[in-house]
Design a protein around this ligand. Structure first.
Ligand SMILES: [Zn+2]
Length: 431
């Protein structure tokens, strides 16, 4: 970025943009306060999408945004937009955000940091009386986790045209409740059709959810993109039989077949080291009785790699292994690929803006590719996008013990603020 850009960057009425910082103590207070909704005894959060806990945190969030003078609206998928007016309100907004839903045993920072970091940015702009040229919007995306309603990032997906509104509304949780009914029930089905909402650019602050930044002593991850991922649902059908009287060679044991497949998933990922990952995280064994040979097993597979071509190779190898293991164990195999997320490269200008912001603030930073998927991965299809990572303790996430340093939360939000102001200048050129 040139010196000239930096002059434009501070071009609010009071010209204070370059020196703005977030109030780290207020951000931390918000993070701890929001952790009340769905708090678990172990200090984590259980706040599944579209539950009562989700409704409560939304109400809390909307009040906080309104207290800062934002106009709050939500679209037909329940995505929340808190808008702070700019100098030129015809321009599509500069957006930042993430999600407030969690895994069943989730932590206090995954997603939440991005939303409340955005709140800290808005607060800082207000304190300084700094009016950006573009309007600024803070977005809370519905159902990022995909834990109750699969797949994840469902509503940023509708926003970006990846899924249709209809198919998402018809999704059911494992208890059979429709997504559309659950959304209606918490009162967040808005009038604006999802996706009719152009953005000038989008920045998402998030915890890394991996160990790299912490291990290398960096505070900021400049995220270049998101790796490709594919998810599968596998059902194995063998035959239930008495555990005492059925000779070993005569069994059709679905769980033994599944055990081999779990190891095959690990093996395929190891064959594509160091960047590939493969996981079986959900297993259901039926009838799950100590003296019955398991007759049916359902499990999921998740494979990822930064390059799409490698994901395709992994899938090919894996499917061969699954078929072989099913045949060896005399069970029927049914595999469905339920999610295919190609690798996402972020916008070069937005990546550069984040890198420059971290550098100007004097924070130690490195480039990184995101292992997990994020709402930003879908938003990147419809708006210039980048992400900012901060370390989490021991790389632990999707865990009640998920933990970050208060100073890292503050620094991440400072990068978000600086990036937003730089983007306001960058995207004003020619606007
Ligand atoms: Zn997240």
């Amino acid at each position: 970025m040139t010196q000239q850009d930096r002059t434009v960057q501070g071009a609010g009425p009071r010209g204070q943009g370059d020196n703005l910082r977030v109030d780290g103590a207020a951000l931390w207070h918000d993070l701890m306060d929001s952790a009340r909704f769905g708090a678990t005894p172990k200090g984590g959060i259980r706040r599944l999408a579209l539950t009562e806990e989700d409704r409560q945190v939304r109400e809390w969030f909307v009040s906080a945004c309104e207290a800062l003078g934002c106009a709050v609206s939500y679209d037909s998928m329940g995505n929340i937009f808190a808008r702070r007016a700019g100098q030129d309100n015809i321009l599509p907004p500069l957006a930042m955000g993430s999600h407030l839903d969690t895994q069943p045993t989730g932590g206090r920072f995954d997603g939440i940091l991005g939303v409340l970091g955005g709140l800290a940015v808005l607060r800082s702009l207000n304190m300084a009386g700094h009016v950006t040229r573009h309007p600024v919007e803070l977005v809370c995306w519905t159902n990022e986790e995909g834990s109750r309603f699969s797949p994840p990032m469902m509503c940023s997906g509708v926003f970006a045209g990846v899924f249709t509104e209809h198919e998402v509304l018809e999704k059911q949780d494992r208890a059979g409740q429709r997504f559309g009914d659950a959304l209606q029930a918490i009162g967040y089905k808005g009038a604006e059709p999802c996706g009719q909402h152009p953005l000038t650019a989008y920045f998402e602050l998030h915890i890394e959810q991996g160990p790299i930044l912490e291990a290398e002593g960096h505070t900021i991850g400049i995220v270049r993109g998101i790796q490709g991922a594919r998810w599968y649902e596998v059902t194995l059908r063998g035959r239930e039989a008495h555990a005492g009287s059925t000779p070993m060679p005569m069994r059709h044991d679905a769980l033994v077949a599944a055990a081999g497949m779990v190891l095959a998933v690990r093996h395929v990922a190891m064959q594509h080291a160091p960047l590939a990952v493969g996981t079986v995280g959900l297993v259901e064994n039926r009838p799950n009785s100590s003296n019955v040979v398991p007759g049916e097993v359902f499990f999921t597979i998740d494979i990822r790699h930064p390059e799409d071509a490698v994901v395709v190779d992994m899938e090919k190898a894996l499917m061969g292994d699954l078929e072989r293991l099913a045949a060896e164990n005399g069970v029927l195999l049914d595999v469905k690929r339920i999610w295919d997320a190609p690798a996402v490269p972020f916008d070069p200008a937005c990546i550069e803006i984040v890198a420059h912001a971290a550098d100007q603030l004097g924070y130690s930073a490195r480039e990184i590719v995101s292992g997990p998927g994020h709402d930003a991965g879908y938003v990147a299809r419809v708006a210039p996008t980048a992400m900012i990572f901060v370390p989490c303790k021991d790389g632990l996430s999707h865990n009640e013990e998920e933990s970050i340093l208060e100073e890292d939360a503050e620094k991440g939000a400072n990068v978000l603020l600086s990036a937003l102001l730089a983007a306001d200048a960058h995207f004003s050129r020619g606007a």
